[in-house]
Design a protein around this ligand. Structure first.
Ligand code: AP5
Length: 215
């Protein structure tokens, strides 16, 4: 594991492979993975007020209101482990307002990775995705099948249907240029229409430069 205090944002359309790549990045670079979607799903699981507010939006594939998301992400980033080990922020910011909110809190990335994937591939990725609730691992029925012993416990996300995906995708296309405009100095685009290994090789190439430079 490479030790650093690198600060990375990772963005891309729904089911582009952000979570998949984050698993690999964390394994190699030891960054703290902070996923806005995972934070929200944990709130729903816990039955909190935030969770109750978020669920309806998420199931429809709409952005959850900023009053729920911004505070949640900011507090997680401000915990000591993120300062100590560096962080990998996944799925935030998703709008210009969210970018401004976090910038005002003094939180800025060293690198902003944008994974690009053609819309047609995303439907297949989303409908074939399966999750292991015990380990948190992400699988795909065709591209990354789960081991036999885990098959019986795999679940699908409630927003992993084509209708919600279309809505998530429309929001992504509408906002991505605005979001990226806040990070033009540090943005790096990666083609996500390739194998998981190939995508990771690209990302690894990018990040290793920063750690080698002693960030
Ligand atoms: P979130 O949980 O962030 O979902 P998302 O952005 O739609 O992204 P996903 O988690 O669906 O996909 P991923 O890119 O991680 O892909 P994965 O690696 O799993 O957000 C969910 C909802 O929460 C939002 O709609 C919104 O309501 C709310 N929310 C979240 N953040 C918010 C914010 N900031 N503000 C407001 N609301 C917010 O891969 C997908 C599948 O493809 C897997 O099965 C995987 O095995 C497979 N796969 C991955 N890579 C490849 C490859 N290279 N080749 C083939 N298959 C691959």
């Amino acid at each position: 594991e490479v030790s650093s205090t690198l600060k990375v944002m990772i963005s891309g359309p729904p089911a582009a492979g952000k979570g998949t790549q984050c698993e690999r990045i964390v394994k190699k670079y030891g960054l703290v993975h902070i996923s806005a979607g995972d934070l929200l799903r944990a709130e729903i699981e816990a039955g909190s007020e935030f969770g109750k507010k978020a669920k309806g939006f998420m199931d429809k594939g709409q952005l959850v209101p900023n009053e729920v998301v911004v505070q949640l992400v900011k507090s997680r980033l401000e915990r000591p482990d993120a300062a100590k080990s560096g962080w990998l922020l996944d799925g935030y910011p998703r709008s210009s307002e969210q970018a401004v909110a976090i910038k005002e809190a003094g939180i800025e990335p060293d690198v902003f990775i944008l994974i690009n994937v053609e819309d047609e591939s995303l439907v297949e990725r989303v409908t074939g995705r399966r999750l292991d609730p015990e380990t948190g691992k992400i699988y795909h029925i065709k591209h990354s099948p789960a081991p036999k012993e885990a098959e019986h416990r795999l679940v699908q996300r409630s927003d992993d249907n084509e209708e919600a995906l279309r809505s998530r995708l429309a929001t992504h296309h509408k906002n991505v240029t605005d979001v990226v405009s806040h990070y033009t100095d540090v943005v790096a685009e990666v083609n996500g229409d390739a194998s998981m290994d190939e995508v990771f090789a690209k990302i690894d190439g990018l990040l290793s430069v920063y750690t080698a430079a002693g960030v």
